[in-house]
Design a protein around this ligand. Structure first.
Ligand SMILES: NC(=O)c1ccc[n+]([C@@H]2O[C@H](COP(=O)([O-])OP(=O)(O)OC[C@H]3O[C@@H](n4cnc5c(N)ncnc54)[C@H](OP(=O)(O)O)[C@@H]3O)[C@@H](O)[C@H]2O)c1
Ligand SMILES: *[C@@H]1O[C@H](CO)[C@@H](O)[C@H](O)[C@H]1NC(C)=O
Ligand SMILES: *[C@@H]1O[C@H](CO)[C@@H](O)[C@H](O)[C@H]1NC(C)=O
Length: 315
């Protein structure tokens, strides 16, 4: 009995030690108010996106939750309104796995909302499937869909400058490789799934970089963000027996969604980071990425290929 208590005490102490040394997350300290500003957060009904939307609502912004499921989004709208005391929290339907839905969203948004100051490209998944448009789902939702969405909203962002775009990526970009000759292969193994996820996250970083250079002089800036390893629904598709191992570890060591949202919030509101437009942020700090994620020739090619895939060429 005593041995058990001592052992547990040691474990708890060890956890607290690890927590404070390694896992304590840098919080965004900016007190910037967003009163009078309009914000879009994609995939805002859960996880990092919901916590980002909640924080921006607390700052007084008009927040559009751009989500695919009306039911799930409306639960989040209620929650965010209650917690923030801000009633200007609105759902608009957006399915990033459908180019048609993205265009319809843009039309509705541009018609009904006169302003846009912040676009948070947050939605993301790792899924083995193909969209109705015929693309690999992970690729279309994580990169291509957000690419199109951003382009359709860019004029409005320019009109409302200073404005910002935040692209939620992941440190797994490290393992990403872009094979332009084979962007849409049949997806089978878990390894391929991971590879395609990493590739889409590498594209996020290259996209933010290319976009920043196109936007120079417009007072519209953009940033890519790694949230850390966060315990969210991104892991919802794990098999039962995986969960037995995963859940305890995730609960102890992964970040909470609120902590995971800090760097997105930082890039959305922190004053004075405009000079870092196009760069990658982690823990509320700019970080250098590996060479393959700052290859401007690849970024340019990706932009051209993406334009073609979404039907924006000739623009
Ligand atoms: N969690 C991590 O450890 C981690 C690490 C690095 C990067 N990230 C990135 O962080 C971002 C947020 O992920 P999360 O961890 O918060 O995951 P999450 O809890 O699974 O949330 C993902 C959000 O994206 C939405 N979404 C998925 N497919 C969509 C579609 N076709 N159209 C519109 N929205 C769609 C989801 O909506 P539904 O609820 O309707 O599915 C959900 O709201 C992602 O870009 C992810 O890659 C996460
Ligand atoms: C998906 O993975 C395959 C196999 O690793 C790769 O050839 C392909 O380029 C990847 N495609 C995308 C869109 O990520
Ligand atoms: C950008 O902002 C600066 C400082 O507020 C301003 O002087 C400049 O005219 C703006 N440029 C554009 C293109 O809006």
């Amino acid at each position: 009995m005593v041995a058990w208590i001592v052992a547990s005490a040691i474990l708890v102490a060890l956890y607290i030690l690890i927590y404070y040394n390694f896992l304590k997350v840098v919080q965004c300290r900016s007190e910037t108010s967003l009163r009078g500003k309009t914000v879009i957060v994609t995939g805002a009904n859960t996880g990092i996106g919901m916590e980002t939307a909640l924080d921006l609502a607390r700052r007084g912004a008009r927040v559009i939750l751009a989500c695919r499921s009306k039911e799930r989004a409306e639960v989040a709208v209620d929650k965010i309104r209650k917690k923030s005391g801000n009633n200007e929290v609105i759902f608009m339907q957006l399915d990033l796995a459908s180019l048609k839905s993205i265009k319809a969203f843009a039309v509705t948004f541009l018609k009904s909302e006169p302003q846009l100051h912040l676009l948070i490209n947050n939605a993301g998944i790792m899924a083995a499937a193909r969209t109705a448009d015929g693309y690999v789902t992970t690729w279309e939702i994580n990169h291509l869909g957000h690419f199109l969405l951003t382009h359709l909203l860019l004029d409005r962002l320019k009109q409302c400058a200073p404005s910002r775009i935040v692209v939620v990526t992941s440190a797994t970009y490290r393992f990403g490789k872009i094979d332009f000759s084979n962007l849409n292969p049949p997806e089978e193994s878990v390894i391929q799934l991971m590879q395609n996820y990493s590739c889409s996250k590498l594209c996020n970083i290259l996209f933010a970089r290319q976009l920043a250079s196109c936007l120079e002089g417009t007072n519209v800036t953009c940033y890519s963000v790694h949230p850390g390893i966060v315990y969210t629904e991104v892991f919802r598709d794990l098999k039962c027996w995986h969960k037995v191992f995963f859940v305890p570890i995730a609960t102890l060591f992964f970040r909470t969604p609120a902590d995971g949202a800090q760097t997105s919030i930082y890039c959305a509101v922190q004053e004075g980071i405009e000079k870092f437009s196009g760069r990658y942020f982690f823990d509320c700090q700019v970080q250098e990425v590996l060479p393959h994620a700052r290859d401007d020739a690849v970024a340019k090619k990706l932009c051209e290929v993406s334009e073609r895939m979404v039907g924006l060429s000739g623009h």
